[in-house]
Design a protein around this ligand. Structure first.
Ligand code: C5P
Length: 398
């Protein structure tokens, strides 16, 4: 997939620059031609000799290649040479320059001259990553069509823990392989997906929830992203997480938080998939302190939660596709069709609870129902079932 592809790798000043050695090696092993540009700060973390040896090409740092001979590096030629540019790791500093369109070093000047797709893999400490300025810069770049390879979450070089870890080189290479595969049938489309349960707090430690793992929604997010769509995954509590590095995940707890997160991204979406098992009710009162046994058995009054799919369904514009889910124990098709109409879905996926299907299982048996059709599939893994669902969603765009 990557053979003979010309990859322009930008390396900036982050401790994770050591990973770019592995990245170059992986790319070269996949028969790519790799040229590396390093910022001055990057050379403090890894030697240009390492990257030039591994890439089998000289590393670029400045406009002037040799003071004595007066030869210079042509950033425009280099930009036009590339099939794809990949800035990994990309520091908060370079990110801000890219967003602003600054070109005060060789890497950013080359970035402004690119005609090929640009992938940016941010790597920084969690607070720098979460900072509104960085988030704003990422949003600007995303909107400009830059592919953001979202950082991983975990232990960071600072000793802190959280989002900001550079994705592993093999994940980045897989992403490029996928990019060059011919399957990018949803490129240019933006999707919203809800996944997982919601937890409705009763007090600081107790909640009303359900057993949804979020696996179906996550499999859909990964599948849509692998077909080139930009994906906003709004995910409730749970351990499962999206594997595709371009899926933008927002974690929420309650139905109301899920709705608010959906409303933020919905206006830019051409598709919405409501796979979350949203709690229909929440305790009317959320107690500030833990309820004590001594106070007697509590009576919990429940009130209705917002219907996320219903509320966004009422706003649906022509050309936007909505897909929902229905879990029914009886009169499955009939009830699913009612929901299809009520929530203004274009298609609804019916899961019938049974052996090896639904919550907490890795397999599912689905029927996809539209306003004038219905199609049943065999018992499959949730990943395979996600492919079938996305195939069906895709039909609505053509
Ligand atoms: O009405 P019911 O809960 O069965 O509808 C299921 C569909 O509606 C699913 O697609 C689910 O994600 C969505 N839903 C929602 N908000 C709710 C309840 C359900 O988005 N409060």
């Amino acid at each position: 997939m990557l053979a003979n592809k010309k990859i322009l790798l930008g390396v900036t000043g982050s401790i994770s620059a050591y990973k770019s050695a592995y990245l170059v090696r992986e790319l070269v092993k996949n028969n790519c031609e790799v040229k590396v540009i390093m910022t001055k700060a990057a050379t403090g973390f890894i030697s240009p000799v390492t990257l030039s040896t591994l890439s089998k090409n000289p590393v670029y740092q400045n406009y002037i290649a040799s003071e004595s001979t007066g030869t210079w590096n042509n950033h425009i030629e280099l930009a036009l040479w590339a099939d794809v540019a990949l800035f990994a790791p990309c520091s908060a500093n370079t990110l801000s320059k890219l967003a602003a369109g600054a070109c005060n070093n060789f890497l950013t000047a080359t970035a402004l001259s690119l005609r090929c797709p640009l992938f940016v893999a941010p790597a920084m400490d969690v607070d720098m990553y979460k900072h509104p300025a960085t988030q704003h810069n990422l949003k600007v770049l995303r909107e400009r069509g830059v592919h953001i390879i979202n950082p991983d979450s975990g232990e960071l070089a600072s000793g802190l823990s959280g989002e900001g870890r550079l994705r592993e080189p093999d994940e980045i290479v897989d992403l490029l392989k996928n990019f060059f595969s011919q399957k990018r049938t949803l490129a240019g489309k933006t999707f919203l997906i809800t996944a997982g349960p919601t937890y409705e707090a009763l007090d600081p430690v107790r909640f009303l929830g359900n057993r949804s793992s979020g696996k179906t929604g996550i499999a859909l997010a990964d599948e849509l992203a692998s077909r080139g769509a930009q994906v906003h995954l709004i995910q409730g509590p749970g351990n499962a997480k999206a594997r595709h590095p371009e899926v933008k995940t927002t974690r929420v707890q309650s139905a109301r938080e899920m709705l608010a997160a959906c409303q933020k991204v919905y206006p830019q979406c051409q598709g919405a998939v409501f796979a979350a098992a949203v709690s229909d009710y929440r305790p009317a009162e959320e107690h500030e302190q833990k309820l004590k046994k001594e106070s007697g058995t509590p009576e919990v009054k429940l009130i209705e939660n917002p219907d996320i799919a219903g509320e966004l369904g009422a706003l649906k514009k022509q050309g936007v596709i909505h897909a929902g889910f229905a879990l029914e124990t009886q009169h499955g098709v009939e009830n699913a069709r009612k929901k299809l109409k009520k929530k203004n879905f274009d298609l609804i996926v019916l899961n019938s609870p049974g052996k090896n299907t639904g919550f907490e299982h890795d397999t599912n048996q689905i029927t996809v129902i539209t306003h004038n059709n219905s199609k049943s599939f065999e018992l499959k893994t949730k990943t395979e079932a996600a492919k079938d669902i996305v195939d069906e969603i895709q039909l609505h765009f053509t």
